[in-house]
Ligand binder design. Structure first.
Ligand code: TXA
Ligand code: MG
Length: 317
């Protein structure tokens, strides 16, 4: 349902839906976002399901102001410089997440960093303040399609998969936000977007490096980005049996017997529940003093494709 004039009642309705774990599409000055409660693993899993993403890409967490951002991450002097100059606006900052912040691990695809953005659009601001929640929101398009810059385009993309679309008219910028990684010693440009590189470099007093940093240390492997969590223990896939010194990531109503420890992605075999649990459960198992991890087969349909992609990459390390 589209809300053409967006009275405050529509904002309240949208905020209530977000608080109830449902999805709301909303305008920002860059593109329309598909929002869900970033504290809620299940709401985050619903976002991936609605987009039909074959992979769990990390999502941007939207906040009303810098103060709210500082509570979620290890803030820095560089972040201060950029936020002071460009927030609210089309800039996303990637910073080390504070574990205590409670943001869904699925929102950052299991990684140790968070991408944060303070949008300038008045409707986005009103929604973020009314919901009083950090809102995870990718662009409101189906996977592999272009980002929507009008409410009509959102309906075309996700009409039946979103509980409400707030109509703020066409987006002014029309390009996604520029994403800057501030987790390393030097700022890196991860995605070109609505804010240009020269403006960023001028504000920072230094140029930006290009693209993601490679993971450093013993877990390094070609093509592995820092945003992807790799377990410490070896992970075995498609397990049909499990050893007494292994920890089991089970799926479905008949978990294998005999593991040192077992967690179940979804006892009922629900892929949305499994996606919501995946990263937190992998991390929990990885902390156990076992020889290795074994994962039961997960069906490849729907969110199962992204779950299997993530499991394969965790197994390849
Ligand atoms: O303008 C925008 O940024 C829009 C509006 C809705 O805010 N959102 C958007 O989200 O474009 P999405 O999910 O389509 O793109 C998010 C980008 C991806 O390139 C993703 O890899 C990157 O941000 N990203 C998110 N979290 C990250 C993280 N922790 N580390 C590195 N990159 C991250
Ligand atoms: Mg996108």
């Amino acid at each position: 349902m589209v809300q053409p004039s967006v009275p405050s009642a529509a904002i309240e309705r949208a905020a209530a839906l977000l608080q109830a774990g449902r999805l709301v599409a909303f305008p920002t000055e860059t593109v329309y976002g598909l929002g869900g409660n970033a504290l809620d693993d299940r709401a985050t899993a619903l976002i991936f399901a609605a987009k039909g993403r074959p992979r769990f890409n990390p999502l941007i967490v939207h906040l009303p102001d810098q103060q709210a951002a500082e509570r979620l991450v290890a803030w820095s002097a560089l972040a201060d410089q950029l936020a002071a100059r460009f927030w609210p606006g089309p800039l996303t900052l990637v910073l080390p997440r504070r574990p205590a912040a409670g943001i869904s691990l699925l929102a950052s695809a299991g990684g140790d960093s968070l991408a944060l953005r303070v949008p300038a659009h008045p409707l986005a601001q009103a929604l973020l303040r009314a919901a009083a929640l950090p809102i995870a929101a990718p662009s409101a398009n189906r996977a592999g399609r272009i980002s929507p810059t009008s409410a009509e385009a959102v309906l075309e993309e996700l009409g039946d998969r979103v509980d409400l679309v707030l109509d703020g008219g066409p987006c002014q910028v029309g390009l996604e936000s520029t994403v800057v990684d501030l987790t390393g010693a030097q700022p890196r440009l991860l995605r070109a977007g609505g804010l240009d590189r020269a403006a960023l470099a001028a504000a920072l007093g230094q140029p930006l490096l290009d693209g993601p940093a490679r993971r450093a240390g013993p877990l390094a492997s070609p093509g592995q980005l820092t945003s992807h969590y790799a377990p410490r223990h070896p992970l075995r896939l498609e397990a049909k049996a499990v050893a007494a010194d292994e920890a089991l990531l089970a799926f479905g109503p008949s978990p294998l017997a005999g593991a040192a420890a077992t967690v179940n992605l979804s006892p009922s075999g629900d892929l949305t529940e499994a996606a919501a649990n995946l990263f937190a459960q992998l991390r929990a198992l990885d902390r156990l003093p076992v020889r290795g991890l074994a994962a039961m087969p997960v069906p490849a349909d729907g969110l199962g494709e992204a779950i299997n992609d993530r499991l394969r990459r965790a197994a390849a390390r």
